[in-house]
Design a protein around this ligand. Structure first.
Ligand SMILES: [Fe+2]
Ligand SMILES: [Fe+2]
Length: 326
């Protein structure tokens, strides 16, 4: 008999990323190494371990030919592959700094999750026709500017807190609230917009979103419990969050996202027959949206998710607004 898979990690039963991150409450004690092997490796990833998608979920030929849609997808998955690689490397510090076994085991699993995400995003570019031999060099070249202007400042900020200052809880806050709190809604948008166009792409995104629910919710529980046990830590936590928000405000991520959303925009109209009446969010057809509207919706999801998660942690939401109020 096979061990039961937790519903939130079950491919068929897991909620969407936004709903899951808003409604579920998971902690490091339940999401330990045994959970990961049973519910993730043998659950979420069953039949999808190698590529992140089922063998029956194909990449359409039109995404293998030059054009704006292919370019949008190559840029998106190339950038995300690099971001996930840097996340993996950062998480090594979380494993070594974890205060107890539950946190150590959980971050060991998250480290593997992010390394897997980097791999499946990267390898999807090979499905799109990027030669395996030049894959790493091509990602390096296409993402050089993005890395220097967006990713490196975030990595340096995080390293200062978790590695140099040895502040594990502060590091958890930066990763889950500042980094993944912003990237998760972008990932949700990605899943929704690629699903009608490419089954393989949609499944890769879906699998990473299921993992992301766990990353967001477990980190929130770690922080909630830390602040409960150490109320004197809260002012420092809020100061870290304010600096994180200031940093994010200075980083030019919008221009990179809008550029690829505009390429997607050109491409989706060329394949309007595949998209049809598909709704990207309730009541709104994907074909009726603009690049700006999709970007704004991801921002709105970021705010909605933050509201629920900050309340769960007992932290004031105002600290996340650009004005940095409390
Ligand atoms: Fe990830
Ligand atoms: Fe993650």
């Amino acid at each position: 008999m096979t061990a039961p898979v937790a519903p939130e990690a079950d491919w068929e039963k897991a909620p969407g990323l936004l709903d899951g991150a808003k409604e579920l409450t998971l902690g490091p004690e339940e999401c330990d190494l045994a959970y990961w092997f049973t519910s993730v490796a043998q659950g979420t990833l069953r039949d999808r371990g190698a590529t992140g998608h089922h063998a029956d979920a194909l990449t359409p030929d039109f995404l293998k030919n030059p054009g704006p849609l292919r370019e949008a997808l190559v840029l998106e998955f190339g950038f995300r592959a690099l971001a996930e690689e840097l996340a993996t490397r950062l998480l090594g510090h979380y494993v070594s700094r974890a205060p107890g076994i539950p946190e150590m085991e959980f971050y060991a699993t998250q480290l593997i999750d992010e390394a897997r995400h980097a791999r499946v995003f990267r390898q999807h570019l090979v499905d799109l026709g990027v030669p395996q031999k030049t894959l790493l060099a091509e990602i390096d070249a296409m993402a050089r500017d993005y890395r220097a202007r967006v990713l490196d400042p975030v990595v340096d900020f995080t390293l200062d807190i978790v590695r140099d200052q040895g502040d594990f809880a502060g590091g958890v806050a930066v990763f889950a609230i500042i980094i993944e709190g912003v990237l998760a809604p972008a990932a949700e948008l990605s899943e929704r917009k690629w699903t009608p166009l490419s089954p393989a792409t949609g499944e890769i995104s879906r699998g990473t979103a299921i993992d992301e629910i766990r990353h967001l919710t477990v980190a929130s529980t770690i922080l909630r419990d830390h602040v409960r046990a150490h109320p004197e830590y809260e002012p420092r936590l809020l100061e870290i969050l304010r600096s994180g928000v200031r940093l994010w405000d200075e980083i030019p991520d919008r221009e990179f996202v809008i550029h690829r959303e505009e390429l997607f925009q050109q491409g989706m109209h060329a394949h309007a027959d595949l998209i049809g009446d598909y709704e990207v969010w309730p009541g709104v057809k994907l074909l009726d949206t603009t690049a700006e509207q999709r970007y704004d919706m991801a921002e709105q999801w970021t705010d909605e998710m933050a509201e629920v998660r900050m309340a769960y942690m007992g932290l004031p939401l105002g600290v996340l607004s650009s004005e940095g109020g409390a």
